[in-house]
Every structure is written in structure tokens, then in C-alpha cells.
Design a protein around this ligand. Structure first.
Ligand code: HEM
Length: 182
């Protein structure tokens, strides 16, 4: 029977969280574009939310497993407080910040009526810089970055993310300009 070490589980859950976060961000950006048909939007919205929840769960599992690692164990403080870790404090700190921004999104979404739409939206958009932070996190400390396929994953994800972000903001500017003219 094949068994995996804790470090392998940490890597697998980190990559899974990254991929799911990538999907969630992409579905979110696409469903927000005005050129998309309403029915497709609804499906994309559901996929956006589901991928986001699973990304959060995998990221939690990924961070927590570091506590049980024999080779480079993290204390609970090192896992939850950014930049405190002995091992790669800066790059692990970026992962922790991204994790908290996901957490904030869930909290403000649940409390949307209380916090108001503007705060909810600002917090929601925080995931865009957080995605960059988590890409740097994985790229610089991930064991799999040594492999060509590992580097390709980050390069392709950042490429798609950048294109969709530009399109998303351009589509909003075009709609605003058309409204002002009309
Ligand atoms: C949004 C949250 C997070 C995501 C999406 C994420 C994603 C990733 C990815 C993709 C890798 C590279 C894995 C590999 O190359 O095999 C990685 C590595 C790592 N992450 Fe995270 N991470 C997150 C949060 C955290 C947190 C909260 C910690 C806790 C300190 C952490 C600690 C680490 C460590 C120590 C590594 C190095 C593992 C290795 O050597 O491959 N990450 N992470």
C-alpha cells in the first residue's frame, strides 16, 4: 500500500488549495462580466462559491498539518501569526495573510446585511492581491517549484488571472461610459 508522509500531504493540500482558489477567483471574475448570459452567470456563481469554500478547507488543512510534521514542525503561533515562523517567515507569512483574507470574505458574506455592500465588496476584492501573495508563497517555498511542471502551474495561473482581471475591470469601465453617454 502506498503511504504518504505529512510533508507530502502538506504539499498536496497546498497545491489543491491554490488550484481551487484559482478556480474560484476565475469563476468570480467571469460571472461578474456584463457580456455573460444570466443563466451561465448563475452556474458560474455557484462554482465560484463552492470552489472558494473548498479552497479555504484545503488551506486550513495545509496549514494545520505543519503542526504534525516531524521534519519541520510549526507551533500553533507560527501557523496562525504571520511572519513568526522559524522556517521562511516572510513567505509563510504571505500564505497566512491570504488565508485570513479568505476567512474575512466568508465572515463579511455571512454578515453582508450588517456590514453593508460597500465593505463586503472591498473585502471581496482583497482576494485579488491575496491571490498574488499566495502565488509568491507557493512559488518561493514550494518543493514542487523545483520541477518544470511546478513552475508552469504558477506561470499559467498568474497569466490567466491577469488577463481576466484586466477584462473584468475594462468591462465595468465600458458599461459606466455607455451609461454616462446614454
Ligand atoms: C490561502 C492559503 C494557502 C494556500 C493557497 C497555500 C498554497 C501553497 C502552495 C501551492 C504551496 C507549494 C506546495 C508545493 O510546491 O508542493 C505551499 C507551500 C507551503 N505552505 Fe502554503 N498555502 C496557504 C497557506 C499557508 C499557511 C497558512 C501556512 C502556515 C504557515 C503555509 C505554509 C506553507 C509551507 C511551510 C509550505 C512549504 C511546503 C513545501 O516545502 O512544499 N501555507 N502553500
Amino acid at each position: 500500500m502506498i503511504t504518504f508522509s505529512t510533508w507530502e500531504w502538506i504539499r498536496a493540500s497546498g497545491l489543491s488549495a491554490y488550484f481551487l482558489l484559482f478556480l474560484s477567483v476565475c469563476f468570480g471574475l467571469i460571472q461578474n462580466m456584463n457580456i455573460i448570459n444570466r443563466n451561465i452567470r448563475n452556474v458560474l456563481f455557484l462554482m465560484h462559491q463552492t470552489a472558494g469554500w473548498f479552497a479555504f478547507l484545503f488551506a486550513f488543512f495545509h496549514g494545520l498539518l505543519l503542526y504534525f510534521d516531524d521534519y519541520q514542525p510549526f507551533s500553533i503561533r507560527e501557523i496562525f501569526i504571520p511572519f513568526l515562523a522559524n522556517y521562511q517567515p516572510f513567505f509563510t507569512g504571505l500564505g497566512i495573510i491570504a488565508f485570513y483574507s479568505m476567512f474575512l470574505i466568508f465572515v463579511t458574506t455571512d454578515l453582508m446585511k450588517k456590514v453593508g455592500r460597500n465593505i463586503w465588496k472591498t473585502v471581496h476584492l482583497l482576494i485579488l492581491p491575496s491571490f498574488i501573495l499566495v502565488s509568491i508563497h507557493g512559488l518561493f517555498i514550494g518543493t514542487d517549484t523545483e520541477e518544470t511542471w511546478g513552475k508552469n502551474i504558477y506561470a499559467s495561473a498568474i497569466f490567466c488571472f491577469s488577463i481576466l482581471t484586466v477584462f473584468r475591470f475594462l468591462s465595468k469601465i465600458t458599461v459606466k461610459n455607455n451609461r454616462n453617454r446614454g
